[in-house]
Design a protein around this ligand. Sequence first.
Ligand SMILES: Cc1cc2nc3c(=O)[nH]c(=O)nc-3n(C[C@H](O)[C@H](O)[C@H](O)COP(=O)(O)OP(=O)(O)OC[C@H]3O[C@@H](n4cnc5c(N)ncnc54)[C@H](O)[C@@H]3O)c2cc1C
Length: 427
Amino acid sequence: MPEPQARTLDVAIIGGGPAGVSACLQLAKTGNFRVALFESEADLGGIPGSCSGLFGLRDQRRIYTGPGYAKHLNRLARGTAADIHVNATVMRLIPGREGEFHHIQVASPEGFRLYAARAILLATGCYESPRDARLISGPRPAGIFTTGALQQLVTRHRLTPGARALIIGSEHIALSCAFTLRQVGTSIAGMVEEDDELQTSSLLSRCISGALCFPVFRGTRVHAISGVKRVEAVELITERTGERKLVHCDSLILTGRFRSYSPLIDQTEIDYDPATFGPVVDMNLMTSVPGIFAAGNILRGADMHDLCALEGRRAARCIAAHLETGGSKSSETVRIVAEAPIRHVVPQRLEPELVRSYRSTLFRPGPSVQLSRTARVCVLEAWSGSQLVWRRRYSKLIANTRILMPFDEFDWSCVDRTKGIVLKLTQ
Ligand SMILES: Cc1cc2nc3c(=O)[nH]c(=O)nc-3n(C[C@H](O)[C@H](O)[C@H](O)COP(=O)(O)OP(=O)(O)OC[C@H]3O[C@@H](n4cnc5c(N)ncnc54)[C@H](O)[C@@H]3O)c2cc1C
């Protein structure tokens, strides 16, 4: 497959969000590598560029607005020796064999180009499930947005989505979306959560719904949308009682249900995790193909921007070590998987020798899990075959929030490497 005219690089970074830019900055510090960053949008910065809220605390140790943070990252990246390609979409990834170059095909205003890189970082982020993936049937009037579309509309184009909006979902980003709506004078008809427990802190949600004057409907889901040209009302149904309620609104905002954005690994030999929809990585953030790494929300759906940035830095350090030592596939790894309602665990391949040196802290994102629903008074357990290797009791675990996994506390003497580890949640 490699073509003779490929431009050669040490590292190609795909995605110019917090993870990709932070990796680029770290590589600029770490070594003498030829680095290029490819971003399909016109500016670097990724999702924060269109978000309202506070950004930068853990990675930049300063607070910015979303657009301010994106501009700051852009400025920093352009101050390095790396080649920054914007409006440049990586269309195809062609992994090489061990010790060979990997190739990417890039489409940009200059045309199609082929690059050969010794290492690649996938940092393409995540997206929200649209209406179809949530099985909301019925007519298709205008006025149905994801949070991402809403944020673009408001922050980048200063447009308002409508006069009255209903928010579906209750995680942190749903709350930030309530502020975005009020910023442009859209009133909020309510926030709807399918589960009885919210996917955020109840206190925070009470404060915000109280301050912005909107009701929160728990244990409730969308039953039908009415309207021909434009949304006119949404019928909600409460699962337990069967009670139906008609909420008049002209906009519906779908939040959450984030999925890794990883089409580049389709049809490649890179191992894919059906739980995250992204690549499987080891403790060095390397995929199953030596030299191809991944960091940020491509690994797990929506996590905080600054944790993604710190993870990008970590990936860069691992890439530098890989290039300097001519590294190869991790020697012996133990596969770890999670059972529902644990949505996923990252990394998915553990090296017992490394767990002690790789502990998560507030400023050092490491191994973690996320739940698909909020759980109170619960126990997380790790099993290897019939052996319990770790357990911890929690009073509350909030859905879709990073829960740190202390792998160094596992009883590794009881782990059967052939059976791997299964994480379970009991209540
Ligand atoms: C709608 C939405 C709202 C969010 N709101 C918040 C919030 O308020 N606060 C917060 O902390 N987090 C929020 N998040 C989480 C957000 O994903 C992280 O904040 C952070 O942006 C993740 O960084 P990242 O670098 O992994 O990905 P991203 O920021 O998503 O960056 C990925 C970049 O890769 C580029 N890209 C993708 N594919 C290609 C390709 N093939 N070629 C070239 N470039 C490519 C994209 O254009 C994008 O710029 C939100 C996420 C979403 C989806």
